[in-house]
Ligand binder design. Structure first.
Ligand SMILES: Cc1ncc(COP(=O)(O)O)c(C=O)c1O
Length: 453
């Protein structure tokens, strides 16, 4: 087996269960944190190890764990760290703001500049509101849509993820038994503790199934305030929309007085300066952003059509939050977006990702391992067990070979490449990834494919 540590670079995990400091930290964490973690999603980043890796330092494209192991980071905090770790320009902007005070609980000048920057980059972003997390900004957009239409129900797609809060945590990952018939999917709460009234207000449809969606829209049209979707389904292994599907949804929503919300929390400021709306050339009524917008700082935004956002402006659809638009995170976001908006920055990210996709396809082809890579260069996922066919919707994801993915991911980790342990998530590329990362990643990919062949 090729070992990157036997080749040029001393990176990666020396083998299964070889991170004793992380193991110790997790034992201690379990005594003070519920489950030893701060987010349910982090239980999955453990992967094959019986404990998570504790990352204690990041610089550019690289991260180091508590045992000093170095990795090329393609997790990037779920895509948030789009310019790489400890970016000097973001750090300078934040340091400057830190010295002048962190929060005032009043209006501030940085949030105004940031909103202007977003308007200049995002198609259809007439007015902006800030929050701190993606889930919060989703709540703001949903409330605005309900306020504007005077209707209550929201249509979401099975498997799409729009945050942990009650409002849309429905049918995120149902089992086939819980999911119901494909033609009329059940609304299944993602967690205990979500009231039935909330569940009843969420209508579920399968992704990429136009005829089924048409029937569901017809059934609920008079009660539907909004259709919300991940335009590229980052939380379903980057399933892409079928050609024409989103264009058709756009028309249907306009025709039926339903607000179309793009959840661009992952795609925003990543797949194009103006997000998926720009990439796919479809403008939603409202859009929600987080992750890449802050370059690693906690900030989110919802934005969109003036007539809808005017309700928020007039305090008719209320939206609040102590930390909203705070100058530290706003400064980080402003520095991030100015860099993302420079010519060539996102192109370089895309090109690096495309070279990784090519490497995966080559390594699989050489060993005749059937797999498919879905997505775009800046965010993508490799799927095993579908005989090379791309996935159409969430239910296809239930049939993939998760064991093979787990072994592939473990081998990548041992060869110095850090990706999400969940095959339903994505690889993310940053502006800090360069040719040396690409070269080492390709060796790791070859070795990982060899290990599962
Ligand atoms: C598409 C999408 N929407 C919403 C969210 C929720 O964002 P947050 O975790 O910041 O609340 C996420 C988080 O991963 C996401 O991927």
């Amino acid at each position: 087996m090729i070992k990157t540590r036997q080749l040029k670079s001393e990176i990666g995990l020396p083998g299964q269960d070889q991170a004793p400091a992380s193991k110790k930290w997790f034992q201690q964490a379990k005594t003070v944190l519920a489950g030893g973690i701060s987010s349910s999603a982090r239980a999955t980043t453990t992967g094959n190890l019986p404990y998570p890796l504790y990352l204690i330092r990041g610089s550019g494209s690289r991260v180091w764990d508590a045992d000093g192991h170095e990795f090329i980071d393609y997790l990037l905090s779920y895509g948030a760290v789009i310019l790489g770790h400890a970016n000097t320009e973001i750090n300078a902007a934040v340091t400057d703001q830190l010295q002048r005070g962190t929060m005032f609980g009043t209006c501030n000048t940085v949030e105004v500049a940031l909103a202007g920057q977003i308007r200049s980059m995002v198609p259809g972003a007439d007015l902006v509101r800030f929050a701190s997390s993606g889930s919060e900004a989703i709540c703001g957009a949903v409330r605005a849509a309900r306020g504007f239409t005077g209707k209550n129900k929201i249509l979401k797609f099975e498997g799409h993820y729009h945050g942990w809060v009650d409002v849309l945590a429905i049918s995120n990952r149902p089992t086939l038994d819980d999911a119901g018939a494909l033609e009329a999917p059940a609304s299944h709460p993602h967690s205990r503790g979500i009231p039935q009234g909330v569940v009843d207000d969420v209508i579920i449809a399968p992704w990429n199934e136009q005829e089924i969606l048409k029937a569901i829209l017809q059934r609920h049209e008079d009660k539907l305030a909004a259709v919300i979707l991940e335009p590229m389904v980052a939380n379903n292994a980057c399933i892409m929309p079928q050609p024409g599907f989103l264009e058709w949804i756009r028309q249907e929503c306009s025709r039926r007085n339903i607000v179309l919300i793009f959840d661009e929390i992952v795609t925003g400021f990543r797949v194009a300066p103006g997000g998926a709306a720009q990439y796919l050339k479809i403008v939603p009524d409202l859009a929600v952003f987080s992750k890449a917008i802050g370059g690693g700082f906690p900030i989110s935004a919802f934005t969109g059509r003036r007539d809808i956002m005017e309700l928020v402006a007039a305090n008719i659809s209320k939206h609040g939050g102590t930390y909203n638009g705070n100058p530290v995170c706003a400064a980080a976001a402003l520095a991030t977006l100015k860099i993302i908006n420079q010519p060539g920055v996102l192109d370089a990210i895309e090109a690096h990702g495309r070279s990784l996709i090519d490497a995966i396809n080559r390594a699989a082809h050489d060993r005749q391992i059937p797999c498919v890579v879905q997505g775009v260069g800046s965010m993508f996922q490799v799927i095993f067990g579908t005989n090379g066919h791309p996935l159409r919707h969430y239910r296809d994801l239930l049939k993939v070979d998760t064991g093979k993915f787990a072994a592939f991911r473990q081998s990548l980790l041992e060869h110095g490449v850090h990706i999400n342990s969940s095959g339903s998530a994505c690889w993310f590329v940053s502006a800090a990834h360069g040719p040396e990362d690409g070269r080492l990643a390709e060796m790791a990919i070859q070795a990982a494919m060899q290990s599962i062949s």
